[in-house]
Design a protein around this ligand. Structure first.
Ligand SMILES: Nc1ncnc2c1ncn2[C@@H]1O[C@H](COP(=O)(O)OP(=O)(O)OP(=O)(O)O)[C@@H](O)[C@H]1O
Ligand SMILES: Cc1ncc(C[n+]2csc(CCO)c2C)c(N)n1
Length: 260
């Protein structure tokens, strides 16, 4: 089975130290309608493509200048100009929409589709933008995906499953979540200055009959996991390299340190 490597190098300021083997991922950033994480400027620097999901535009417009209190807010807003704004546009404020439109940013109203979330629509946009050959190297960072309304959080988790062939990382100030598809063995390289030690492995889509891990304080050896049964929450990373192999798709979650 092929190995999929994961490393949260986006939590560290660029330039990137090479933490894992293979080429560095090509990052895209989606900003959702929640308070910006404190490391938002670093995520922005890592990304080659940046999209605001509807009200996410208000968050950057209002929030980015607060990270640079000594700088002119207008200059900061101009510097943090996205490649696109997408959504049903019921949350972006009129003056924010006008500001980015005047900068030449395409603001796309996709409200005709009321069956998919704004995050889903933004991932579609990124996929359309990324040539097929580059998709295997693509990693989409989603800022503001956790905390807040549970229906939104569940919708955001669902996007991991809908686009299970693409690496997507849901982020809040406190933790990150990503899907470990059962089609691969997983090797997770812990950025111990920025993440951990608390972590979890959660079988959200379906129970797992057999999961085996290495590098955790409470490793699983050919163990079953399910809601109503065993679940690996409040686990701890013990080594810099974690391995996971499962017969079921699992969510991997790890805490993000307050001071990187
Ligand atoms: N409280 C929240 N918790 C988690 N994610 C959120 C939250 N609020 C918004 N989001 C994410 O940000 C995206 C854009 O938010 P926005 O409020 O603009 O969406 P919306 O579709 O208008 O939401 P609503 O369901 O309130 O009409 C959502 O699709 C969702 O992915
Ligand atoms: C069964 C079902 N439940 C809820 C919605 C509503 N909905 C889901 S995504 C979305 C867009 C949000 O920007 C909306 C309104 C639906 N369509 N179908």
């Amino acid at each position: 089975m092929e190995v999929m490597r994961h490393a949260s190098t986006f939590l560290r300021p660029p330039p990137l130290p090479q933490a894992a083997d293979g080429p560095a991922p090509s990052y895209a950033l989606v900003v959702l309608n929640q308070r910006l994480p404190r490391f938002a400027p670093d995520l922005w620097s890592h990304a080659k493509l940046r999209i605001f999901a509807d009200g996410g535009a208000n968050r950057v417009y209002d929030g980015m200048p607060k990270f640079f209190p000594e700088q002119d807010p207008l200059e900061v807003r101009r510097r943090y100009k996205p490649d696109g704004i997408r959504g049903d546009l019921d949350s972006i404020r009129p003056e924010v929409k006008e500001f980015y439109s005047n900068l030449g940013v395409k603001v796309e109203d996709v409200s005709y589709d009321q069956d998919t979330t704004d995050l889903h629509k933004c991932i579609d946009f990124i996929c359309g933008f990324t040539p097929e050959v580059d998709k295997s190297n693509l990693c989409i960072l989603v800022a503001g995906a956790l905390g807040g309304r549970f229906d939104h959080e569940a919708g955001n988790l669902n996007v991991l499953y809908k686009f299970s062939n693409i690496q997507i990382v849901l982020l809040s100030d406190d933790c990150l979540i990503q899907l470990l598809p059962k089609t691969h063995c997983h090797e997770i390289h812990i950025q111990s200055s920025a993440e951990g030690p608390h972590c979890g492995l959660i079988p959200v889509g379906a129970p797992s009959v057999s999961t085996t891990t290495t590098g955790l304080q409470w490793d699983l050896t050919d163990a079953g996991m399910s809601f109503g049964g065993l679940m690996s929450t409040s686990n701890m990373v013990r080594e810099e390299r974690i391995t996971v192999r499962s017969d079921s798709d699992l969510l991997w979650t790890i805490s993000i340190k307050k001071k990187a």
